[in-house]
Design a protein around this ligand. Structure first.
Ligand code: GSH
Length: 256
C-alpha cells in the first residue's frame, strides 16, 4: 500500500534551499536529511552553528529505500556518513559533531562535567515530556484529549523554561538544550492555529525564549517556507500521518 507521507515535497525551499545549495560538494561528512523534519533540524542547526563542512543529501524516509536502510536500518532521518561510516539519531549526531570537530566553536555542551550532565538531563526532558505531548496535542481529535495534552505541554515547557537562565538555556552559551527544543518552538504555531495553544500560557519566559530560538541564524537558515509544512502537519492534525512517530503516539507507545 502506498504510504501517503511518501508524497511530501521533494526538497527544501526558501532560505533552507540556499543552505542546501551551499553544501552540494563532497565532504568527509555526508548529512542525510529530510528538509521538513524537526529531528533533522537539530543536527542541521548543529552543523550550521559550528560551520562544519558537510554535504547535504535529501532523503524521503517514508520510502524506505535500500540505499538509506543500509545507512540507518531504522529508516529514519537524520543520519550521517562520516568517512564512509554511518551514524543516526539526532541527539547522538549533535554530540558526535561536537566531539569530532573539537576546534569548531561554539561548543554545544559545557566543559564542566556537572553542567554537561545537567544539560543532558534537560535534553532528556525535552525528549520524554515536550515532544510526545506536542504530537499528542496535534494528533488528538477529541476536545477533552486536546485539553489534557495542551495542559501537559504547558507543564513540560514551563518546567523547562523555569530552568532557563536566558538569553539561552545555559545563559550566554547557546547549547544542545536550545538546539533540542528549537524545532518545536518553530512548529508550535501549528498548535496555536489549530489546538488553542498559546505561548503566553506556558509562562517562565517561554514566549521570549521561543522568539529568540526561531530567529537565531542557524534556525532560520535551516527552515523552509511555511506553506510546505502545512501539508505534512495537516496529516497529523487529521491523525492520518503514517510516520513511526505518529503511529507510536496513536498506540500510546514511546516515539522511536
Ligand atoms: N529519534 C529519531 C531522531 O531523533 O533522530 C527520530 C527521527 C524521526 O522520527 N525522523 C522522521 C522519519 O525519518 C522524520 S521527522 N520518519 C520516517 C518514518 O517514520 O517512517
Amino acid at each position: 500500500m502506498a504510504v501517503p507521507d511518501a508524497q511530501i515535497h521533494e526538497h527544501a525551499t526558501g532560505v533552507a534551499l540556499k543552505t542546501v545549495e551551499a553544501h552540494s560538494e563532497p565532504q568527509d561528512l555526508v548529512f542525510y536529511s529530510g528538509w521538513f523534519c524537526p529531528f533533522v533540524q537539530r543536527t542541521w542547526i548543529t552543523l550550521e552553528e559550528k560551520k562544519v563542512p558537510y554535504q547535504y543529501k535529501e532523503v524521503n524516509p517514508y520510502r524506505k529505500e535500500e540505499h538509506f536502510l543500509a545507512i540507518n536500518p531504522k529508516g529514519l532521518v537524520p543520519a550521517i556518513e562520516y568517512k564512509s561510516k554511518a551514524l543516526y539519531e539526532s541527539l547522538v549526531l549533535c554530540e558526535f559533531i561536537e566531539d569530532a570537530y573539537p576546534d569548531h566553536a561554539p561548543h554545544i555542551l559545557p566543559s564542566d562535567p556537572f553542567e554537561r550532565a545537567r544539560a543532558r538531563l534537560w535534553v532528556d526532558h525535552i525528549t520524554k515530556a515536550v515532544i510526545p505531548t506536542y504530537f499528542r496535542l496535534i494528533q488528538s481529535q477529541e476536545a477533552d484529549k486536546q485539553d489534557e495534552a495542551r495542559n501537559a505541554l504547558y507543564k513540560a515547557l514551563s518546567e523547562l523554561s523555569k530552568e532557563a537562565k536566558g538569553p539561552w538555556f545555559l545563559g550566554e552559551q547557546f547549547s544542545l538544550v536550545d538546539i533540542a527544543v528549537a524545532p518545536w518552538a518553530l512548529r508550535d504555531y501549528i498548535a496555536s492555529e489549530n489546538r488553542g495553544y498559546r505561548r503566553e500560557a506556558v509562562g517562565n519566559g517561554w514566549k521570549e525564549w521561543a522568539e529568540r530560538l526561531e530567529t537565531r541564524e542557524s534556525v532560520v537558515n535551516t527552515t523552509s517556507e511555511k506553506e510546505y509544512y502545512a501539508e505534512i502537519y495537516g496529516r497529523y492534525l487529521r491523525d492520518e500521518a503514517q510516520s513511526e512517530a505518529a503511529k507510536a503516539i496513536r498506540d500510546g507507545k514511546v516515539i522511536p
